[in-house]
Ligand binder design. Sequence first.
Ligand code: SF4
Ligand code: ZN
Length: 328
Amino acid sequence: MRCSVCGRRDAVIYQRHTGRALCRECFIEDIVRRVKQEIERHEMFGERDRVLLALSGGKDSYTLLDVMLRIHDPSRLGIVTIIEGIPGYNREGDIEWVIRRAREHGIDIVVTSYKEEVGYSMEELVNLTIEKGVRVTPCTFCGFLRRRIINKYAREGGYDRVATAHNLDDEAHTALMNLLRGDYARLAQMHPRAPVLSKLFVKKVKPLRKVYEWESAAYAWLTGYGFQETECPYLRLRPSFRARVRAYMYELEREVPGSMLRFLEAIDRLAEPLARAVAKLPELPRCEICGEPTSYNRRVCAFCDLMAKIGAEEYFRRLGTKIPATRT
Ligand code: SF4
Ligand code: ZN
């Protein structure tokens, strides 16, 4: 079958949501064009901005880096990669390609780990939660730690933006979850135009947010990603609500191709006034222990609170304090 766009080359991809069959070149061009369009639509960053790419080393990361190298000046890019320290999930191959490509393009790169940053690997954090009988999933730690570490390097490196490799599927699932929970604050904050609420936060952008997960994977394979992606063993402990929302949305997408994309576009339009309203909120207070921004109603941030509950002495020792006795 010939490509629906150029009509010259053989098609290698069938894009269900557009009904088109595309050759390798037209498919790559389509993804790059859509990412660029999304960046411009929401003014995610300008050509002079320095952007720190948070790369895990997986397929989406590969796609993000490849697209960014085509549309942004490499001397204005940086990379941060974080090793969680999860048994059976070392991702050495993944991290190797990130380092290699960074070197090829002269991009500054930081490879760090949970252990280096807070004194505990993920395995050690999980063991502490079991010891103390605290009911919290490993993904909760990743949620806190990745955000915190990436933001720290972006802030210290003087970057204007942090770019993550979240794709359309991630965004649509999270938007539906927030909607079903009635969590409009989170819905507003995930909007690409939502401002940051603290001078200590570097604005996060998600250039792949309108690219389907399968498209991002296909792009990665077609542009040279040749690794076997390993799956995190803690994935099965993920909150079941997210898993159910995922399954439901995939079922809808199978029946009505393009429904996830249109859903996210609708959410973008509906949540934009909410996102603009966020700008009127005051600066977030700072945690009394770690100094990072915390919610309006807290003196100690949720992360320090969690680390206190699991008895993470080393974390507090590094901050020059003892484990706080009570929850704030
Ligand atoms: Fe972290 Fe959960 Fe992802 Fe594993 S599945 S890397 S624990 S967020
Ligand atoms: Zn704190």
